[in-house]
Design a protein around this ligand. Sequence first.
Ligand SMILES: Cc1cc2nc3c(=O)[nH]c(=O)nc-3n(C[C@H](O)[C@H](O)[C@H](O)COP(=O)(O)OP(=O)(O)OC[C@H]3O[C@@H](n4cnc5c(N)ncnc54)[C@H](O)[C@@H]3O)c2cc1C
Length: 465
Amino acid sequence: MEDKKIESDLTKKRRRQWSVATCVVIVAVFFATFMSSSGTRTMGNNSCQCPLWSQEARKYTGMVEDCCCDYETVDFVNEEILHPILQQLVTTPFFRYFKVKLWCDCPFWPDDGMCRLRDCSVCECSENEFPELFKLPIKGLPSDDFKCQEGKAEATVDRTLDSKAFRGWMEVDNPWTNDDETDNAEMTYVNLLLNPERYTGYTGPSATRIWDAIYDENCPNYSLGEICPESRVLYKLISGLHSSISVHIASDYLLDEAKNLWGNNLKLLYDRVLRHPERVKNLYFTFLFVLRAVTKAADYLEQAEYNTGTPVEDMKMQSLVRQLVYNPKLQATCPLPFDEAKLWQGRSGPELKQQIQKQFKNISAIMDCVGCEKCRLWGKLQVLGMGTALKILFSVNDNNDAKPHLQLQRIEVIALGNLLNRLSESVKFVHEMGVMAEKAETEEKSVYTNKIDSWLSYWKSMVTK
Ligand SMILES: Cc1cc2nc3c(=O)[nH]c(=O)nc-3n(C[C@H](O)[C@H](O)[C@H](O)COP(=O)(O)OP(=O)(O)OC[C@H]3O[C@@H](n4cnc5c(N)ncnc54)[C@H](O)[C@@H]3O)c2cc1C
């Protein structure tokens, strides 16, 4: 009898131990899942293996990889010089009107318009603030073609066309992009100030498909040995742009839809960018790359014709351009943000350039598949800006005969200026809010860890009872 009682006590204790152990395992699995819940695809674990670029270093000090300027200097130069100039520059009439083909003629798959918010649609350009020189009759465009936007008529863009090239500006196609920028058919004018790049609610399989296609396009299963510096540059530019878009979503997020309350979403900033140090590094890299293109084209940009018919604004703008491209502080601290001369040196340089140019062109074609009008606008603008930077850096050498070879279109300069501003904003936001976002994340995790610890202690005490 006594033996049976001891045995049943033991069985009960064992059962209790088993159930506690099972709970501990469940908790541990749950905790491990939580800790590793990045939920995001890094370049290291998808089909295109690029592990060389994801070397972890959580502190952003020293030289920006493949660049000639360190993180501290970039932050200083950006906050002291570039950001204030660029913020003013992009509000001028020259830079705020962008000519773009917004129609959704995706060459790869049917558009699936996944836009959830009205903020997805592009706003109309107001007639009276549009520079006179831009105004030309509408040419053969259906005004009621809303098939690729969620918004109603009031959310559509101004269809006024600009078939007249600005004085002093070339009508040349950008070899790095898919759209023919000299073709004014189906082009639309957009006031960028009315259409800020921010959270739009564009998410899910449609958005993922675009990013997947972009990465698959430019990083197609390179084995380790096949990764050349040029392909690495292209990957980093795309990743840096992706980081910048994510930063803008995080910095201007719809916190409360009912109250239409917009603000910072630091959790999103952490999850999508900060917790992946290589994405932050690629953002800085992309910023320096585009900055190098702008300073390399300094003479061209300084001498270009910026007449928009608003003399006071135009003079102010020209002065801002000079301050940007010939800035003595910038020249003293970061004279060569990126050294493009190191690329295309191998014997297969020309073929490689052609191949990478083709890849970038395809990436630019994918922009027509972005299922949210506003995202498509900024995607196209920034890809054109990037294409312009590539054109400046890789079509023109540093010899004295360089100038005659560089031919830029007005919209290329507008895209380049706006892209640099977007990247400058992202770098500033990451620098200013990064520490706070990381701290908030650590605190949240420690609250969670404490909860789990006390839970574990409770169960342990149950076992030993
Ligand atoms: C061209 C374009 C413009 C867009 N513009 C906007 C916009 O203005 N507003 C808006 O709200 N949404 C915009 N989106 C959608 C937005 O970028 C995201 O796709 C969406 O918010 C869903 O995010 P996600 O967390 O699923 O990850 P996504 O940002 O969609 O990323 C997809 C995958 O790519 C990888 N990845 C993420 N970031 C990087 C990086 N920096 N480098 C390398 N790999 C990375 C990750 O593995 C991730 O899972 C745009 C999308 C595209 C394609």
